[in-house]
Design a protein around this ligand. Sequence first.
Ligand code: MV4
Length: 507
Amino acid sequence: MANGLFRKVLIANRGEIALRVLRACRDLGVPAVVAYSDADRDSLAVRLADEAVCVGPAAVARSYNNIPAIISAALVTGCDALHPGYGFLAENAYLADICQQVGVTFIGPRPDVIERMGNKAEARRLMREAGVPLVPGTEGTVQNLGEARQAARRIGFPVLIKAVAGGGGRGMRVARDDAELTRQLPVAQSEAEAAFGDGAVYLERYLDRPRHVEVQILADHHGHVFAVGERDCSLQRRHQKLVEEAPAPNLSRKTRESLLRTAVRGARAAHYTNAGTLEFLLDRDGHFYFMEMNTRIQVEHPVTEAVTGLDLVAWQIKIAAGQPLLLDARALEPVGHAVECRITAEDASADFAPSAGTVATYVAPGGPGVRVDSHLYAGYTVPPYYDSLLAKVVAWGKDRSEALARLERALAETVITGVAQTAPFHRRLVADEAFRRGDVHTGFVAQYLNRHAAALHDDGEQAALLAASEQQERARTAAGAPLATAADDGRLVSPPRPGAPTQANRG
Ligand code: MV4
């Protein structure tokens, strides 16, 4: 192949990440095929692709998660590589294995590594043996109250009772003393049995409002393993990330260097190759503990790209093609600061109720330091079948304060009408004083929502007014009136009628 990488890459994903992978392929001169479901026939990635192939109907199980359809799509279009993106089959060891069997390079780690890191208990065991710190707790599960009380005495209260089969925050209960442990243990076991079909639980020391800090790894097939930087992803709502940033604010150099070194040690122990992320809990005195390892590119990868200048998706493709990862370690010092807001099709004034519909107006922000990764366009119908991500607005600045100033400007410029969306919510969130001080932790958003419940309701009223003015505007333009323009707060306003008094010429 002229590009020295691959003949053709199947992009087995949709939305903004399909576009992102397509762009990396274009920059590398690698032909790409975009897989799409019936519901995504009019998606931007399909529109921009040189080649696209339908892999099935809207339902995920029959399209994006349909391994025979995805593999067939790769083979019939002559692809010799497959990029899984994130979500769907991105961490499916079986897909990676089938790719290997049919001679299609899976752009990610080996199947056995995906399997091992996907088994949370197995991953913890491997990390413990590699000397990666875990939250103090029980090695295995606790069978009964006697064992739990003995473990709790060793760990120290408060303890967290966690379901082995849980994850993503499900199946966790706090016990602050022996009496609570006696009450909570059977409840946690029966809840786990009901929710996951497995009542096994283990104990950990409970960390009060920890931060979620994760480390981006790049590792090639020649033994080079780099931690290319860390991200703070503490601002989450119901375990869905809302805001991510790099570097993590208010980390001492000592903590940061120790964290990055530890992540490299963990990645080596896992025989990791390609791009991956080790997630840690960081407690209030700077100790960090391994949570889990993700074997995919992550939604929030742009903030790492912004402060390192690396194209992480291009590196995934080059590593998968066997190229050596030649990075100058000095180049890995982050330059400046970057913050990303995930804009979703949800109504923040209605407890983030999901929204779908057709995008009437889409005006993306821009200017110095602003990047928008989005698949939106005016007239695009947001399908109800998939996740609600509409756009990632990323701002880079020479420091965190400049990045936040630019982010607020970018969010103020962002116009998305026709569906409920969270840009106005994010604009308020990133303007919050505690956030601007960097006082971030995993309880931050819950506390923020409690403090700002009233304002969120106002957002809902604003959105309703906007929708009404849109409706009037469409009726006016249909009757031949001049087009509206977007005011600085994203409201659609009509230009003054000829001869009408304006601010300038008002007496
Ligand atoms: C914890 C914790 C406090 N102490 N473990 C939630 C999901 C899962 N990834 C781990 N989680 C937590 N584990 C101990 N010992 C607090 C959380 C937690 C959390 C962690 C990361 C990101 C967001 C979170 C939101 C709530 C609780």
